[in-house]
Design a protein around this ligand. Structure first.
Ligand code: FDA
Length: 413
């Protein structure tokens, strides 16, 4: 039986950071993973370029039952600390948008950097290893694995959440929590596309590929100004992924489809400039033509016709599109304003863990020290990274939580 000071289970972002930090403190660290490769999620993240952090990291960008929990770790290992490591390794990077930092070249550079740091810190890495049991001993923990038995003083669980099972996600961390009576909050897929109710899917699937700048708003009032993308299955794009973390089944999501300008001002300006323009041609100046044509074809813009709000007949559907804009009644103008600034969708659900970038919920932070991530009732047992009930916005926030929580534990385990 081999003895280690520290065993870290999960060689993803959080586990790698924790292992190298503990290794530099002179701890004898074994980093175990059941996968063939280190940091598989890092490799595919950010479209292969890894959005490794964000210039605007702040605790309010994280969802957690206790909104204060992430503050300490984020303050003690910041985005600037990670950027400094990236620069020390000569990795070129750029800001894409909204403070999001990506590698110029490839996410492989981030994995290579962390692997090299682990090597310098004397960490032993063991891949393709399954853990079959964990038991407590008088001085720590004893692990049975597919590669032999180990004992350790400190045991760190960094096995991530449930998102993307095809990348090796497992409920292992929650099972360990259960074994040690650590409370686990219910989990759900987040940063994930929406699926639509059958009727809406039929209406909008032909718009697949169209992207619009929008402000997406959840019923709780949270909103994000980013792109909306129509897909074959429903709605995606950064605004949808972001708002999915705040959406609850049965609720609506509202989209302002014209976030950059005031619809009424635009309409009155264009009526003055080109009064005879048809509504269809006017709308095609601010929206993709295919989108406008589909809305007219569906009769979506006929809500208030000349008959004062009565539904138009099948034959008249979209007739409003042929109207000159100077002929639009006040009621029609108001209807169009409401439609484009508060386009409501009731999602059928989400695409689930299969395509979700993160998992909401997980290890209850009430059970953990916010300074060290150690279980308050179980000396030497730590949970870090995505397995914990801390989920960030899209844009590098989740990796930063992995780096910061990994560092917090690496300093003490
Ligand atoms: P992570 O999931 O990375 O690592 C867990 C490790 O544990 C894995 O190596 C796994 O093999 C191992 N493991 C699991 N079960 C095990 C078991 N039973 N036994 C042994 N080992 C086990 N975030 C961001 O900030 N910027 C980005 O660009 C992206 N992009 C992105 C793209 C895609 C497609 C996804 C799915 C996710 C992202 N994310 C992201 C989110 C980010 O990848 C995620 O938050 C972190 O990887 C979480 O790091 P962890 O180390 O906690 O878990």
């Amino acid at each position: 039986m081999k003895h280690q000071d520290v065993i870290v289970i999960g060689a993803g972002a959080a586990g790698l950071m924790c292992a190298l930090t503990a290794g530099y403190r002179g701890r004898d660290v074994l980093l175990i993973d059941n996968a063939k490769q280190l940091g598989r999620k890092i490799l595919i993240s950010g479209g292969g370029r890894c959005n490794f952090t964000n210039l605007g990291i702040e605790p309010s960008a994280y969802l957690c039952q206790n909104p204060h929990f992430c503050k300490s770790a984020l303050a003690r290992y910041t985005q600037w600390d990670f950027i400094a490591m990236v620069e020390r390794h000569g990795i070129d990077y750029h800001e894409k948008t909204l403070g999001q930092l990506f590698c110029d070249d490839s996410a492989k550079k981030i994995v290579e950097m962390l692997r090299t740091e682990c090597e310098w810190a004397g960490v032993t890495t063991q891949l393709r290893t399954d853990i079959t049991s964990i038991q407590t001993t008088s001085s720590g923990y004893q692990l049975q694995t597919s590669q032999g038995e180990y004992t350790c003083e400190s045991l760190v669980i960094a096995t991530g959440g449930l998102s993307m099972p095809k990348l090796g996600a497992t409920p292992f961390g929650y099972q360990v929590a259960e074994q040690f009576n650590v409370s686990v909050l219910s989990t759900s897929a987040a940063l994930v596309p929406f699926t639509l109710q059958v009727a809406d899917k039929t209406k909008f699937e032909c718009l697949s590929g169209i992207a619009l700048p929008v402000v997406a708003r959840a019923e709780c009032g949270k909103s994000f100004k980013e792109a909306l993308l129509f897909t074959h299955r429903g709605l995606s794009g950064p605004s949808v992924l972001q708002i999915s973390s705040y959406w609850k089944p049965g609720q609506a999501v509202s989209f302002n489809l014209l976030p950059e300008q005031d619809f009424m001002t635009w309409l009155s300006d264009i009526i003055k400039a080109s009064p005879k323009l048809t509504l269809k041609n006017a709308l095609c100046r601010i929206f993709p033509k295919r989108f406008v044509e589909r809305l007219l074809e569906l009769g979506e813009l006929d809500g208030v016709g000349e008959k004062g709000g009565q539904a138009v007949s099948e034959n008249d559907k979209g007739a409003i599109g042929t109207k000159s804009i100077n002929q639009l009644s006040k009621a029609e103008q108001t209807f169009l304003y409401d439609y484009f600034t508060d386009w409501k969708v009731y999602p059928n659900g989400t695409e689930g863990y299969r395509t979700a970038e993160v998992t909401l919920g997980g290890i209850d932070t009430d059970a953990l020290s916010s300074k060290t991530m150690e279980v308050k009732t179980q000396k030497g047992l730590y949970f870090i990274g995505e397995v914990v009930d801390v989920s960030g916005w899209l844009g590098g926030y989740n990796f930063q939580w992995a780096w910061s929580s990994g560092y917090a534990t690496g300093q003490v385990c």
